[in-house]
Design a protein around this ligand. Structure first.
Ligand SMILES: [Fe+2]
Ligand SMILES: [Fe+2]
Length: 298
């Protein structure tokens, strides 16, 4: 079994977009500055990165093929909006690893799940005051990139994990910990720590499956943990049933939130679900959403 030291050594060799850590810091600054604009984002990206982002924005991964083509960052903001462009920017360095649909990796499902988790985590922070919405948005967007890193850079271990999950019915997290000594949350956080990404972003990723173990950034951890649970249980086909039904079928989220803070008032509850429901409808409108109700299980 590999140990953490070996993992760090291998992570150090990942030459995945060396500019990415800088981009994260730049985009974070832009997100935090309400006066910023499209050109502020574009000026922090080099031409190949802009090209990659536009390529992805138009790709089938985002279910936008066949719709009006996006040809510039400014147009991307006009068509898909600033927040959804941020999804693509943050997921891009990891998605370039998975250019084509892969037999073993449901890339569209991964993107949808990651984007929902980012939006939900942010809205949970905004309405319940759990954590910082900018941190939890980004952490939510890339919380599962560890699964891509394992697949691409720890392929022998990935095959063992695959065997344990599919032939031995092990839970994925347990299989990861058996084979790698850590799970995909920890691997992603180790990489982000090597890149000097703020701990307030890497900690929620590290602990998104075991929030009770976090000692720092506990509120950010809680928001992303809950955002992930909500993202996993979303069924796009039920959106048409309306907000009241959406609330009823996702009420477990309130109990999860109350594990980490005082009980929500009924106004806070409604505000939370309204925001999350609106974000979900908007996501489906822009990206058409998956036509099926497949689930993503990380
Ligand atoms: Fe996960
Ligand atoms: Fe997840």
């Amino acid at each position: 079994m590999v140990n953490e030291k070996i993992i760090v050594e291998r992570l150090k060799n990942i030459d995945l977009l060396p500019t990415f850590p800088h981009i994260v810091h730049d985009v974070l600054r832009v997100i935090e500055d309400p006066m910023s604009s499209a050109s502020d984002i574009a000026k922090h990206m080099d031409a190949s990165m802009v090209g990659e982002v536009l390529h992805l924005a138009n790709s089938a991964f985002y279910n936008r093929s066949g719709i009006r083509k996006i040809t510039s960052i400014e147009q991307a903001i006009a068509i898909i909006g600033y927040e959804h462009l941020a999804h693509i920017i943050f997921q891009m360095p990891f998605l370039v690893l998975t250019k084509k649909e892969d037999r073993f990796m449901d890339v569209s499902g991964f993107i949808t799940h990651s984007s929902l988790c980012g939006m939900f985590s942010k809205n949970i922070s905004l309405t319940t005051l759990l954590g910082n919405p900018n941190d939890t948005f980004i952490a939510g967007l890339i919380h599962d990139v560890g699964t891509i890193i394992i697949y691409k850079y720890f392929y022998e271990e990935w095959k063992e994990i695959y065997f344990l999950v599919h032939e031995r019915n092990k839970l994925r997290l347990e299989a990861e910990r058996d084979v790698l000594s850590v799970d995909h949350g920890v691997i992603a956080a180790m990489l982000l720590d090597l890149w000097d990404i703020p701990k307030s972003i890497s900690n929620p990723i590290r602990f998104h499956h075991n929030p009770e173990e976090a000692k720092e950034d506990v509120e950010n951890v809680a928001a992303v943990y809950i955002g992930n649970i909500l993202a996993k249980q979303i069924n796009f086909n039920l959106i048409q049933d309306g907000l009241a039904n959406f609330m009823t079928s996702n009420m477990n989220i309130v109990k999860e939130i109350e594990r980490f803070r005082h009980p929500l008032s009924s106004n806070e509850e409604v505000e939370l679900f309204k925001r999350v429901f609106d974000a979900l409808k908007e996501f489906k409108r822009i990206f058409r959403g998956p036509e099926d109700d497949r689930e993503y299980d990380e």
